[in-house]
Design a protein around this ligand. Structure first.
Ligand SMILES: C[S@@+](CC[C@H](N)C(=O)[O-])C[C@H]1O[C@@H](n2cnc3c(N)ncnc32)[C@H](O)[C@@H]1O
Length: 340
């Protein structure tokens, strides 16, 4: 007889996200960061009753994020590294966004039936962020939290020893530019994003002490004038748009690049054969409810880049689920469209 766990485990898996997000919002991992606490004392500090907290703790222990030690409930190693606010690899901002924007079956069904993003009741997310600064702040915090560590890995996998200007289109908090500027002292970066988000990026850049090396340029990257650059970074940008809009953006990028320049596309790729990896295939559902885009495979990105006037496309994994795809303008100098 089959043991019938595969479907059940998939069904029950969403409870893990729910437990994680609730615990982050409650401040449970932060409360345990200094050391283990008995359940009753943890409940007192979090201002909840011991009985319901016991349910959450049981789930998190089973998920190996908490452990039961001699001093009470304690953080597991992964939780200490990634679930404490302000820790260098903290994913708290990303996970906290789940409390208001959980990916529910209802949102997936709405997006399937309407063929449009459903997360903000069908509203365009970028327009919604411009109208609602709190949403922009929460989203940008989430992006910062998911991008800073992969940004460090990206910075290790590229060579900017010759410096120059990198345009970070849709750069969000500036997480990638911050990591690149820290690693490559000759490099200057400009974060191009919508006005509300640029204000937030300036806070992150100031927090990193990189004013002067990382600047912001409030602009619509599809339409507003942009300066010529030695490199253009598109981190989690092409996956927000249809391939047609992606091609239009890449054609602009090609026009901005100096002859020796290159475009860097930083994404969580799905495999060319459509079989996974699971984490990146699931992010494709996020793209469904948030955007009109999708996760690319290395081959589909290479085809998009070549259609858009690039050549010499190469792709490599940087860390975890992340890859960078690099290309240079086809035919280099003399292409039409520079700075258009
Ligand atoms: C998915 S986030 C990626 C942020 C960042 N690149 C990262 O990887 O952490 C997409 C970003 O694109 C920005 N964006 C969307 N439409 C834009 C436009 N037309 N012009 C400039 N930025 C835009 C959003 O505000 C947001 O910060």
């Amino acid at each position: 007889m089959r043991n019938q766990t595969q479907v059940y485990d998939a069904y029950i898996a969403g409870r893990q996200s729910a437990a994680l997000a609730a615990a982050v919002r409650l401040g449970l991992f932060d409360a345990l960061a200094p050391g283990a606490l008995p359940l009753e004392e943890l409940a007192r500090r979090l201002e909840v009753a011991p009985r319901p907290l016991g349910h959450l703790v049981r789930a998190l222990v089973a998920m190996d994020l908490l452990a039961r030690g001699p001093g009470g409930i304690e953080l597991g190693a992964e939780a200490a590294a990634e679930l404490v606010t302000g820790a260098p690899g903290s994913l708290c901002g990303l996970i906290d966004l789940e409390v208001e924007n959980f990916l529910t079956p209802r949102l997936v069904l709405e997006a399937l039936r309407s063929d449009a993003p459903s997360v903000y009741g069908g509203d365009d997310p970028w327009a919604a962020h411009q109208r609602d600064p709190e949403r922009a702040r929460a989203f940008t915090r989430a992006m910062h939290s998911i991008s800073l560590r992969p940004g460090e890995a990206l910075a290790e996998s590229v060579d900017f020893s010759r410096g120059g200007l990198l345009l970070d289109l849709g750069g969000g908090s500036g997480a990638l530019s911050i990591a690149l500027a820290r690693r490559w002292p000759e490099l200057r970066c400009t974060v191009v994003d919508l006005p509300e988000v640029c204000e937030l990026a300036e806070e992150y850049v100031a927090g990193a002490g990189l004013e002067g090396r990382v600047e912001t340029l409030p602009a619509d990257f599809f339409a507003d004038p942009l300066p010529p650059a030695d490199a253009v970074l598109l981190s989690q940008i092409l996956h927000d748009w249809t391939p047609e809009r992606g091609e239009a953006l890449l054609r602009r990028v090609r026009g901005l690049l100096r002859p020796e320049g290159r475009v860097l596309v930083h994404e969580k790729l799905v495999s060319d054969d459509g079989r996974g990896p699971l984490a990146n295939a699931l992010v494709d559902l996020d793209m469904l409810v948030w955007t009109e885009g999708q996760q690319y495979s290395a081959a589909s990105l290479a085809a998009l880049l070549e259609r858009s006037g690039f050549e010499g496309v190469s792709s490599r994994r940087t860390t975890g689920y992340w890859s960078v795809v690099e290309a240079r303008p086809a035919g280099a100098a003399g292409l039409p469209g520079a700075g258009d």
